[in-house]
Design a protein around this ligand. Sequence first.
Ligand code: THU
Length: 160
Amino acid sequence: MSKKYIISSEVEELDWEELLQEDQELMVQAQEISKNAYAPYSDFQVGAAVRLKSGLILQSSNQENVSFPVGVCAERLVLGYAGANYPLDPVMKIAIVAKRKGEDSWASVSPCGMCRQAINETELRFNKLMEILILKADHKILKVQGIQALLPFKFDDLNS
Ligand code: THU
């Protein structure tokens, strides 16, 4: 008997002023680090900042490669660094922003599938949902609680 799943996600859209001050700070850190993007092939400069449970903020930008698949997104770089250096400090939040080289205004961005899976792994690792904050070109911020909202039917159990 065929079955149909209707999947819905809760995504909040906020103005900058509606963000918690600590989330504004995380966004600003992501914006700052996007300046360090190495993106000579796409000219798409991404910044990602995470807040750990201890309060520590870590940042990364995307780093590309002439062999395109070797390039790494900002999100996976910062999550990898967090896991490698602060393995006991859960990642609570991630802010993601992007800008096209040479433009003044921010571009809309959305984490790629691989990064969504990487966020999922971090949630599994620490048994904590991550709050995901994404800046849009209209300067509104999308906020979701946990990767499930962005990655339905995610792969998260080898044994199920
Ligand atoms: N990119 C990121 O770093 N994060 C995203 O969320 C979207 C895409 C990078 C990958 C590549 O260096 C460039 O942006 C264009 O896709």
